[in-house]
Ligand binder design. Structure first.
Ligand code: PHE
Length: 338
């Protein structure tokens, strides 16, 4: 009677070598499968004398059961190991620092816009906003910019129809305010304006702030006084203004307003191009024709108006030399204004 010890030794050493599921199923095929070694033992049955056949059969079966147990133990081992590896792979390190999400911040133009509004609100100005799409009447004609007037060429206008356009300045806000209110008027109109113009210091869309004051006895001195206060709060208490004669159809007289260079204190530097002065806005005494166009008696009332470029103030305040930087949305640039 064989005790199959040779086969058992083989099974033991083979199963010990099994490391993963693939090797395990190979083991199954080689020993326990239909064509495997243990199944092959049954074929020897025919060489066994009849009275020993039952014993032989039982012995082969014992080997099979024993080998199956070896197989199952190994299978459990491999499963446990794979599970362990998976747990290791999927481990969450709760102590790992989280990815940072930087909170956003306001755009530099928005910051300066808000600062300017605060300064003028402090002087008693009301804030009003009007449409970006205007008609010829409000943007030009009633501001005394007549048809064929050369100053229409100064404004490279985006026309939408024969009559409608993207406002080229916030000055139509003067007309809309005077249509809606009677003096005394003190209003600030911030908003986007549009001109067909684009280079380092011009953008086809930019922001202006229109100021309008209408009351009895308003003069150019009031304009200079207000603008002095404004530039001192924006650029420092030592900043002065200088008025230069200019021309706008809707103001008479018209002025261009310079501030003393806050970089060099007036000595001359690259920022002021050596002049000691920087131009920041246009303004003047409201043209009598404009008051009349709004049914306000110029014999009783007078007014002052000014228009400030918000981008220009922002560029000066932060030392930005290229207007394009405001609109490129480069995060490295924008994050500096936190
Ligand atoms: N509207 C003028 C411009 O855009 C500025 C201005 C406003 C001038 C009010 C005088 C009075 O250039």
């Amino acid at each position: 009677m064989k005790d199959f010890s040779e086969i058992k030794e083989q099974v033991k050493s083979k199963i010990a070598e099994v490391k993963d599921g693939a090797q395990l199923s190979e083991f199954w095929q080689n020993y326990l499968g239909k064509t495997g070694v243990i199944s092959g033992l049954m074929k020897e049955m025919k060489t066994v004398p009849p009275e020993e056949k039952p014993l032989f059969g039982k012995a082969v079966n014992d080997v099979r059961v024993w080998a199956q147990e070896m197989y199952q133990t190994k299978q459990a081992e491999i499963k446990a190991r794979e599970l362990e590896r998976r747990y290791e792979r999927e481990t969450v390190d709760v102590t790992m620092p989280a990815l940072k999400r930087a909170p956003g911040n306001l755009h530099p133009i928005t910051l300066i816009k808000q600062e300017m509004i605060e300064v003028f609100a402090g002087m008693g100005f009301e804030i009003a906003e009007y449409p970006e799409i205007e008609d010829d009447d409000h943007n030009f004609t009633r501001l005394n910019v007549l048809k064929d007037h050369p100053s229409r060429d100064m404004q490279d206008t985006f026309w939408l129809t024969e009559d409608l356009l993207l406002r080229t300045h916030t000055s139509p806000g003067q007309i809309r305010t005077m249509d809606a209110e009677r003096p005394p008027i003190k209003v600030l109109v911030p908003g986007k304006v549009f001109r067909s113009d684009s280079d380092a210091t011009h953008s086809p869309m930019f922001m202006q702030m229109e100021g309008l004051v209408v009351d009895k006895g308003i003069t150019l001195c009031d304009l200079q006084g207000m603008l002095d206060k404004f530039v001192q709060q924006m650029f420092g208490s030592g900043t002065k203004t200088r008025l230069r004669p200019s021309y706008f159809p809707f103001t008479e007289p018209s002025v261009e307003v310079d501030v003393s260079c806050f970089e060099c204190g007036g000595k001359g530097c690259p920022l002021c191009k050596g002049t000691g002065w920087i131009e920041v806005l246009g303004g003047g005494v409201v043209n009598k024709k404009v008051l009349e166009n709004c049914n306000i008696d110029p014999e009783v009332y007078s007014g002052l108006a000014f228009g400030i470029g918000v981008e220009r103030i922002t560029m000066l305040k932060y030392g930005i030399s290229n207007m394009g930087l405001f609109f490129e949305n480069n995060l490295d640039m924008l994050r500096q204004f936190k």
